[in-house]
Design a protein around this ligand. Structure first.
Ligand SMILES: NC(=O)c1ccc[n+]([C@@H]2O[C@H](COP(=O)([O-])OP(=O)(O)OC[C@H]3O[C@@H](n4cnc5c(N)ncnc54)[C@H](OP(=O)(O)O)[C@@H]3O)[C@@H](O)[C@H]2O)c1
Length: 450
């Protein structure tokens, strides 16, 4: 069967930095597909290849890449697309068309309608299969996500729809499930009898001025919280699925999300120079801190503190699980530290278990020591990139790394107070933590794991 990926947003940042390198690796692995990139900014294929493909890269991908100048505003665009698809299909007997939408969410609705039009006009004497891939965020809010989905479902079955959250393609996410559900010792400590609190910290050093047109309508809530952070929370707190199949995992993830109330305890800010390059003030949130809890029997009462955003001093992604410290009371020794599990995603993937052990030459004095797993040292540095895993699953028609529509709907419900918030944002100098994050820690008497 011949597969053709029709890349909407084929000239964008995601395609350039993540998708084309992933396609190149998959082609080298032996997958067989062609890519038709759509975009407005290059007049023809040679201009597109010159700008988008690194000369040093193997020409495996270049040979498979075609380009079509495609402006969605142009009413004749779907016809132009169907004509090109017919010529790519040629004499093949069985063809799969994979429409990949790497566009800003406001364009989804039009794109889906155009795909329907183009798809209906593709005539060939062959067996046609189709798939559609949509990038996160799926929609702008709950209402638009439901609307987009209705439109999608008029043209595609749920099996044919892949809603991407590339975090599910990351090794650390998959490892969270294996760590939790392939280890009896973890099972017995992973609930509200033992865990005191959880912190999720995702700090980025870069800003968004280069992509302001896109980001100013998105902000931190749609960019990371509604999708990546909610997915991390489901992986941290779901009950054991019947199996690690996509259907069984999705059932448990939905239960977690339904047990989270809309987030009311939050603050947001934007970095001081946001918009400076374009000479306008933009009040889009680029940083947020919030607290929520998962109200299930096993996790109710554990505060989950999250802070995430842009233009921080240090790039840092970690999950800090702090355990209750009953020992210091039982042993009448306030110097005994709590135990913790620390999952670091960036700068490198490590999992630490912090335990107290005896410090030599002291009378019963303990010191916290770390037992560390380092992904690269143990398994080598060459774990596949998230997008390679995501695209591979799409090619294999395997939906195990894709959030279901029910999860997406619940996640929009949870973040809706943050989306509706009209308060002015705290303006924070670049490379500094917004004051509200420190206030939350002072108020709740915890220390961010910095
Ligand atoms: N960038 C990332 O690292 C990243 C990571 C994860 C998810 N995502 C998601 O991927 C999606 C795309 O992000 P991006 O960063 O690639 O955005 P981007 O760099 O702004 O690219 C947008 C793309 O849309 C095309 N486009 C815009 N208006 C169009 C129109 N009227 N007709 C035809 N094409 C049009 C642009 O083509 P021209 O410029 O040629 O006109 C460009 O190829 C978003 O949903 C984002 O959330 C991005």
């Amino acid at each position: 069967m011949k597969s053709i990926i029709i890349q909407f947003g084929g000239t964008g940042d995601l395609a350039l930095k993540k998708l084309y390198p992933a396609y190149a690796r998959l082609l080298e692995k032996g997958y067989d597909f062609n890519v038709l990139a759509l975009g407005r900014r290059y007049a023809d294929r040679s201009e597109f290849i010159k700008a988008m493909i690194n000369k040093d890269e193997s020409n495996t991908i270049t040979n498979r890449l075609d380009y079509l100048m495609y402006d969605m505003e142009d009413p004749s665009a779907p016809n132009i697309l169907s004509e090109r698809l017919c010529s790519l299909i040629g004499e093949h007997n069985e063809v799969e068309l994979i429409y990949y939408l790497a566009l800003q969410p406001s364009l989804y609705e039009d794109a889906i309608r155009q795909i329907q039009q183009a798809d209906a006009a593709v005539g060939c004497n062959c067996t046609l299969h189709k798939k559609i891939v949509v990038e996160k965020p799926f929609g702008f809010d709950l209402e638009s996500a439901q609307r987009y989905n209705q439109i999608l479902e008029t043209a595609f079955t749920d099996k044919e729809i892949f809603r991407v959250d590339h975090y599910l393609g990351k090794e650390f996410m998959q490892n969270l499930l294996v760590m939790r559900f392939h280890n009896d010792i973890i099972r017995s400590i992973w609930d509200n009898r033992s865990i005191e609190s959880i912190q999720i910290i995702f700090d980025e050093t870069h800003g968004v001025d280069q992509r302001l047109g896109f980001y100013e309508r998105i902000g931190v809530v749609r960019d990371t919280i509604q999708n990546h952070i909610m997915q991390i929370i489901t992986y941290l707190t779901m009950n054991e699925p019947a199996t690690l199949s996509s259907e069984d995992i999705a059932i448990e993830k939905v239960k977690v999300l339904r047990a989270i109330s809309p987030i009311e305890d939050f603050s947001m800010g934007r970095y001081e120079s946001l918009g400076a390059l374009s000479g306008k003030v933009v009040d889009t949130p680029t940083y947020a801190a919030f607290k929520l809890s998962v109200n299930t029997y096993y996790f109710a009462g554990i505060p989950i503190y999250v802070r995430t955003g842009k233009m921080q001093k240090e790039a840092k992604s970690l999950i800090y699980v702090k355990f209750k410290n009953t020992t210091k009371k039982v042993m009448h020794d306030a110097s005994i530290h709590e135990n913790a599990v620390i999952i670091t995603i960036h700068p490198e993937l490590t999992i630490d278990i912090s335990m107290n052990l005896k410090e030599p030459n002291t009378p019963w004095k303990s010191k916290p020591v770390r037992f560390r797993f380092n992904q690269a040292e143990t398994f080598g540095a060459n774990t596949p990139e998230a997008y390679e895993q995501i695209v591979e699953k799409i090619l294999q028609s395997d939906k195990s790394l894709f959030p279901s529509m029910r999860e997406i709907k619940e996640a929009w419900r949870i973040v809706s107070p943050m989306l509706d918030d009209k308060h002015p944002k705290e303006v924070y100098p670049i490379r500094t933590l917004p004051r509200f994050a420190a206030h939350m820690a002072d108020r709740d008497k915890f220390v961010w794991f910095d």
